[in-house]
Design a protein around this ligand. Structure first.
Ligand code: G16
Length: 540
């Protein structure tokens, strides 16, 4: 029986950089999830007759939310939902299923790299028929619907058994429970030279993949161990847990410190990698060598042709604006179109759909290609393994060769997390107000050459997205970007991105190489005084 439950709008259901992310307790609160899901149905023009993909990263509330969404989809007339076994699907695997099954869209339950558990975060993201995150036109429509919702519809029925693979029904709706790994693993086999990687694995090469107790454990076991021949011990923290084992499933040197310790130690494996809560981010690290996401993107752009799926070459490349210009150097040398978009994978969708970009990436540890419409953690790991298998060089040697050819963009991001929202917003607003007066003025040891509030005009559909970050260029070529994160749930997070190009000295510590830009950021923004923080919380 379909129940119609009266409700009233709940404030703040505005999707951010990547869906709606809130505290798990908030999502569990009365009508919170239901209001938002009903608003998704309204925002996409109704779900009646549609086929959706549904799954999440296994964090607390994943299963309960999956059951609720299934009953709400059935009550609103959806034709079919394809759901990952036990409600699990990594973000790239969900994107792949939407595309290969010709679904109308999908819902991904994840707060990505944010901690999970009862005290952690939860999230709901809607992806469209191309498999990618909904564009702003859709997320704005969902938000508008959330401000006007008066009732929601839900089927009054028992929970489904999500552990049993196969097809069943819920009311008039078909539910197909699928293996979350199988189709994705097959796609990876089509893109990469598994024979070459297997040969590398049996040549004495050692690797460690840290699944951070998040969704990629089962994927890494199937692909790295079962299909590529790595030993079981190559995958650490492989069992997904609702609270990620109490960890912060963000693959960067700070949060993946267990892996970093190993990789920087005496007995380090040749190659290390990690992925995040929902499997779309990655970290690449060689023995004694951390590879920044921006450098990883540039290396992949320069070498992707070694992988069979990319042997035809790249149509173009794209990065988010704050990502370093290391990619641009490769693009220039190889005569490839190169795009800079706002932060958020959704902005790559049109470029990928239009065939203008094959490869995309972000400084926030996301890299991917046109194989799906999400960034893809294991894809990046396999791409690196394919490159290492083809070149038979160490990660350090790959980096040295890359910098020798293209130069090095020293790069770092400083995050000030959980700061006072009003103080952070006024810091950005005050900088914005001065932008047209900054050119030619000193900023600490540097001199500003150009300053702008980044605005993006999508080259495919002409849509304009303004106010996407303060970008300041300095004489001599250094660059500074400041913006507020759109994914946090506590106060505000200020992100300060810095880069400086170096054509000869590749062995510096990035913080030392960027010391002038760091000083210029402080001089321009007054972070210490305004936010009351002496040092950043996370430096990547
Ligand atoms: C999301 C987006 C990314 C973005 C990142 C950081 O990643 O998909 O495109 O770069 O957030 O965004 P912000 O700087 O606004 O916090 P994920 O992995 O969290 O879905």
């Amino acid at each position: 029986m379909i129940q119609t439950i009266p409700t009233t709008p709940i404030e703040g259901q505005k999707p951010g950089t990547s869906g709606l992310r809130k505290k798990t307790a908030q999502f569990r609160a009365l009508r919170y999830l239901e209001n938002f899901v009903q608003s998704i149905w309204t925002g996409i023009g109704g779900v009646a007759g549609k086929t959706l993909v549904l799954g999440g990263d296994g964090r607390a509330f994943n299963v309960d939310a999956t059951q609720t969404i299934l009953k709400m989809a059935a009550a609103s007339g959806a034709a079919k939902v394809i759901v990952g076994q036990n409600g699990l699907l990594s973000t790239p695997a969900a994107s792949n299923l939407i595309r290969t099954r010709g679904a109308d869209g999908g819902i991904i339950l994840s707060a990505s790299h944010n901690p999970g558990g009862d005290d952690g975060d939860f999230g709901v993201k809607y992806n469209t028929a191309n498999g990618g995150p909904a564009p702003e036109s859709v997320t704005n429509a969902i938000f508008k619907a959330s401000e006007a919702v008066t009732e929601y519809h839900i089927l009054d029925s028992a929970d489904l058994d999500l552990g049993a693979l196969g097809t069943t029904t819920l009311g008039d709706m078909t539910v197909e429970v699928v293996d979350p790994v199988a189709d994705y693993a097959t796609l990876m086999e089509q893109l990469f030279d598994f024979d070459a990687i297997r040969a590398l694995m049996t040549s004495g090469f050692t690797l460690r993949f840290d699944a951070m107790h998040a969704i990629t454990g089962p994927y890494a076991r199937e692909i790295l161990v079962n299909r590529l021949g790595a030993p079981e011990s190559a995958v650490m923290n492989a069992t997904p847990l609702p609270d990620f084992g109490g960890g912060h499933p963000d693959p960067n040197p700070v949060w993946a410190h267990e892996l970093m310790g190993l990789m920087m130690g005496d007995d380090a494996p040749d190659f290390g990698a990690a992925s995040d809560g929902d499997g779309d981010r990655n970290m690449i690290v060689g023995r004694g060598t951390y590879v920044t996401p921006s450098d990883s993107l540039a290396v992949i752009a320069a070498n992707a042709h070694v992988a069979p799926g990319y042997a035809r070459g790249l149509a173009g490349v794209a990065r988010s604006m704050p990502t370093s210009a290391a990619l641009d150097r490769v693009a220039q040398a190889r005569d490839l179109p190169c795009y800079a978009t706002p932060t958020g994978w959704k902005f790559f969708g049109n470029l990928l759909d239009a065939g203008r970009a094959t490869l995309c990436g972000e400084e926030s540890a996301g890299t991917g290609s046109d194989h799906v419409r999400e960034k893809d953690g294991l894809w990046a790991v396999l791409m690196w393994l394919n490159i290492l298998a083809a070149k038979r060089l160490s990660v350090a040697e790959v980096m040295a060769a890359h910098w020798a050819e293209f130069g090095r963009n020293y790069y770092s991001r400083h995050d000030y997390e959980g700061v006072d929202k009003t103080a952070a917003e006024s810091l950005i607003a005050d900088l914005r107000a001065q932008l047209d007066k900054l050119a030619d003025l000193p900023a600490g040891p540097l001199v500003v050459s150009e300053a702008e509030d980044f605005s993006y005009t999508d080259p495919v559909d002409g849509s304009v997205t303004a106010a996407q970050g303060i970008q300041i260029m300095f004489e001599g070529g250094a660059r500074l970007v400041l913006r507020l994160s759109g994914t946090g749930t506590d106060g505000a997070t200020l992100r300060v991105y810095m880069e400086n190009f170096e054509s000869a000295d590749f062995g510096m510590d990035p913080q030392a190489a960027l010391v002038d830009v760091i000083a210029a950021a402080e001089a321009l923004a007054g972070i210490k005084t305004r936010l009351g923080r002496e040092t950043p919380d996370v430096v990547t």
